[in-house]
Design a protein. Sequence first.
Length: 410
Amino acid sequence: MAVMAEPRRGERDATVISLVGVAHYTSHMLQLALPPLFPILHAAFGVSFIELGAFVTLFYAASGLGQSAAGVLVDRYGAHRLLVGGLAVLSGSILLAGFASSYWLLLPLAPVAGLGNSVFHPADLTILSHRVSEGRLGRAYAVHGVSGSLGYATSPLLVTFIASIANWHVALMALGLGGLAVAALILVNRPVLDYAHIVAAEGTATQRRTPYLTVIGTPVVLMAFGYFAMTSFAGSGMQTFSITALTTGYGLDLQLATLGLTLYLVGGALGIIGGGVLADHTRHHHRVAMSGIAVAALLMATIAAGPGLGTLILPIAAAAGIANGITGPSRDVLVRRAAAGIGIGSVFGFVYSGFDLGSSTAPLLFGFLLDHKAPHAVFLAIACSFALGVPTVMQVSQRMIARGQPAEAD
């Protein structure tokens, strides 16, 4: 049975990668459904930007808390079941948000949607780690990352377009219904994503019994958590309030500001594609990750220092997206190696909860900056967050070498 495990793992690579990619695309599209509507909701509900930021904070706080638990459940019960349920809960919450007639009816949906969102990273990446052949794993992570970036990139355009021809209620309902359709697709194809027979054949089922505190207490996992927290803080600020900052402080109209965010996110997707190929052909994943976020930090600092840049902001934002995107597949390879012998789902669940920690705290700061008429400080804070992520990657690499993992050694 052990001899047959690898061919069976690789025989459906394209199908597995495609299904996981569609689910990840949908989750990111739904995550970013509300922030592009903040200028409209600000006027419609008569609330401040920090109050609107609280919706995002509650969403990512619930997602982060739920993600650690989801990682444990993935290791115990399998990822495909959680993937269907999480997508249904997230989609249903966005659908219901379209019916909200006040801010206080909208706000309680944030933690519910966040819990639905919590399953995706531990479930997606565990499925890919078990179901995709080793030689394609970097590119599988790249497709996963690209699909998420494309979800972020298309969501602002889609939701604002629907809102412009109908209203914001219809826009949210449409995205929610689309998400439920994808949940049905995953449900029908869930046997393709089941990896229980592969785990049994490879003799790795004992990983599920590793104590959770042992998993999250390893220094390499803690450093990876810090990396995700810093880079997601920057990314959340860009995704949530860059449009508002560009319209209020840089003289760009709503369409150009939205294009700036879209170019950043599309650039991220392009960077991930190149980063996936690079991850399958390099031994120094830490260098890729450190270099990419360092360049992104410098480019964001350039935007912060140049209020008169005008439309030059657009290519700078695209370049920053590319630099940050290149790091994604190498980052996930580092995390997978950190998970060696201690449970892939639990590790991905915990370190990606750092992603949610950064995403949940960022909107409050950026909303505060905008409420106090400091749009340029938004991009300075983004640059600082990227820069703070560089030493965490260095520590991850050093810890892995200390554990005797030579793939990252010189």
